[in-house]
Write a new protein. Structure first.
Lengths: 124, 124
DNA sequence: AACATATTTAACCATATGGTTAAATATGTT
DNA sequence: AACATATTTAACCATATGGTTAAATATGTT
């Protein structure tokens, strides 16, 4: 009987694998909105927080989650800590998706040929 | 001051938006392993559970999460409830990623031209 | 009907997550 | 030095998540 080793972290405070961190980070709408803002360009925590009806510490926590996933980085500019979107984790998601791309493209193809067959019948 | 409405669910038991459900479902390595197995074809809960060192009810719960995200569907075949991978949510992830694809492709391009410039210098 | 097989549900538990307010820290300005 | 601005940390809280074991349910076989 084969057992998959699903997570190789050996210590008890299990550090989730990177892909899990990335997907967890993306699983929150506030964080996705923050990323969408950052796609427009680097900006401060205050400006990132402004649109949301939550406290600044809550936003800081979201940024920590995004940082743990490698999705953003922060620098220093006077008192401000501007945040920047980082591309690499998104590429990892793309790589993950690629495993399945064939699968769902195939299914689309099946749909295509089904629609095509309907079409052919119509024109008979 | 603009406030984003990040989640439009009005009742207190907030039903997270679909994209959040999908990313949450993908954020667990056991569930990603289950999806990987299902990419090979439909199979029973027992067979899905076999490789993991956890109880069957734990696997059932993971399947529930995958189902809530629309990533799998279950049918009935005698006592068995075979699971099948569903493509649509993965397409939604792809759509989400597409928003950023330009961003990270651009960054790769920048790396490319940097490497190219190094190359040119080398050949001077 | 009784038993077997496949799966789910219920009740429970420990830890993670996403929020809060109050206080602390880092940097810049007067 | 004192104050202002930007952000983070600490302590706390309610709910979600991912696991457990025991019992229930659905279907098939004898």
């Amino acid at each position: 009987m084969v057992k998959y080793v699903v997570n190789n972290a050996s210590n008890l405070t299990m550090t989730a694998d990177q892909l899990s961190n990335i997907f967890s980070a993306l699983a929150d709408p506030t964080r996705r909105a923050i990323l969408a803002r950052l796609a427009l360009g680097e900006t401060s925590v205050n400006e990132l927080a402004a649109p949301f009806e939550m406290s600044l510490p809550a936003v800081t926590k979201h940024l920590k989650v995004l940082q743990r996933a490698g999705l953003i980085s922060q620098s220093r500019q006077a008192q401000s800590r501007p945040c920047k979107l980082e591309a690499k984790p998104l590429q990892e998601v793309a790589t993950f998706l690629a495993q399945y791309q064939q699968f769902w493209e195939q299914r689309l193809d099946q749909l295509d040929s089904y629609l095509l067959s309907l079409n052919l019948k119509e024109n008979e």
